[in-house]
Design a protein around this ligand. Structure first.
Ligand code: KG4
Ligand code: ZN
Length: 335
């Protein structure tokens, strides 16, 4: 039995969730600032942390109210410690430490990517060993998980993360921020008519998306200079097809090489409809995706990872610091 209160504030969402046991989610409040950052075409860190300060108490109160839970009954306070924007992370961390200190509760600092991975367990048990494809705004990684809470990063992007590439392509096509979900939608009505390079088409498990992103940007700029019209839906479809092809082929190859039981997907780009369809169609083994509501940043996923850390007594000292980058492999629990 456990009752975990979790706080996630690593980027532009302030979120508080309360999770009872493995998957009885009593609340998952997400206060998004996307409408504000959209005005600037991307997240402005200084604005993000200031807006977090303004809303953290309200989000916490709303969560406790919706869950009908008294803070005294909580078993532990889980909080994202990184990676993320330092100013944003600080706000969630200070709130978590204050609650832990005032209510004499253990503090659990959760790695943001471990949170994304365990969003999958909010619906179904993960079968180990498994291979996780992590695809978010800041990460593109292949993680081998021999057992619960063990993380071996076997491949990663050498430059841009896939979500970042989506958002930059969105910007050059003058789409609202974030470009990822908009491109996903446009790609459905477009044709794969533009020829783009297949990035890092090699035997490694690494990715590279900056060449693909630059190819799209150059194609658009050259067309603009010549006064030619670009069919935005077709360019979105061509970009998405190529990005998905490399993600899916490398994931399946790694899953076969490591002889895993299951492929799981994590991070904001796991919401992508093309990726979902292609992985499901091409994978010879089971593929697990997080429910759509828990793909992008939310505290339910931090509570889910925090619940496992609570059971493993992985508690954090009250002088825990936030960091823009934390090593995922160091979070592993030996078995
Ligand atoms: O995991 P997340 O919420 O934040 C980070 O930890 O980075 O991921 C946000 C990223 C953004 O780049 C956004 O464009 C992308 O996820 N994203 C998508 C889709 N939904 C969100 N990318 C492609 N297709 C989608 N449907
Ligand atoms: Zn995230």
């Amino acid at each position: 039995m456990s009752l975990i209160l979790a706080i996630e504030s690593s980027c532009d969402e302030m979120s508080v969730a309360i999770l009872k046991d493995k998957r009885e989610l009593l609340c998952n409040i997400v206060a998004s600032q996307i409408d504000t950052h959209r005005l600037y075409g991307g997240v402005v860190p200084e604005i993000a942390s200031r807006m977090h300060v303004e809303c953290v108490s309200t989000v916490l109160k709303t969560a406790l109210n919706e869950a009908q839970i008294d803070l005294h009954d909580i078993d532990a306070i889980a909080v994202t410690k990184g990676p993320g924007l330092v100013g944003s992370l600080h706000v969630g961390m200070q709130a978590a430490k204050t609650l832990a200190l005032a209510y004499h509760k253990p503090l659990i600092g959760v790695h943001h990517i471990a949170g994304h991975i365990y969003a999958n367990e909010l619906v179904e048990d993960i079968e180990y060993p498994c291979l996780c494809l992590v695809v978010s705004g800041g990460h593109s990684e292949l993680v081998y998980m021999k057992h619960e809470f063990s993380f071996e990063v076997i491949g990663q992007t050498l430059d841009d993360a896939i979500g970042e590439a989506y958002d930059k392509v969105g910007r050059v096509l003058h789409l609202p921020y974030p470009g990822g979900p908009v491109i996903d939608k446009m790609a459905k009505t477009g044709q794969h008519s533009y020829k783009l390079p297949l990035p890092m088409n090699d035997d490694s498990y690494n990715f590279s998306f900056s060449g693909l992103k630059s190819a799209v940007i150059n194609l658009k700029h050259n067309a603009d200079q010549r006064g030619e019209e670009i069919v935005a839906e077709d360019l979105a479809c061509s970009f998405q097809d190529v990005a998905i092809e490399v993600l899916v082929s490398k994931t399946i190859k790694a899953a076969q090489d490591y002889q895993v039981n299951e492929i799981i997907v994590a991070g904001g780009v796991s919401a992508n409809s093309g990726l979902r369809q292609s992985l499901k169609e091409n994978s010879p083994i089971k593929v697990l995706f997080p429910p759509m509501a828990y793909c992008t940043d939310n505290a339910a996923m931090i509570a889910s990872a925090g619940r496992i850390m609570y059971e493993n007594s992985q508690f954090s000292p009250l002088d825990l610091s936030v960091k823009p980058s934390y090593d995922l492999e160091k979070e592993s629990v030996g078995k």
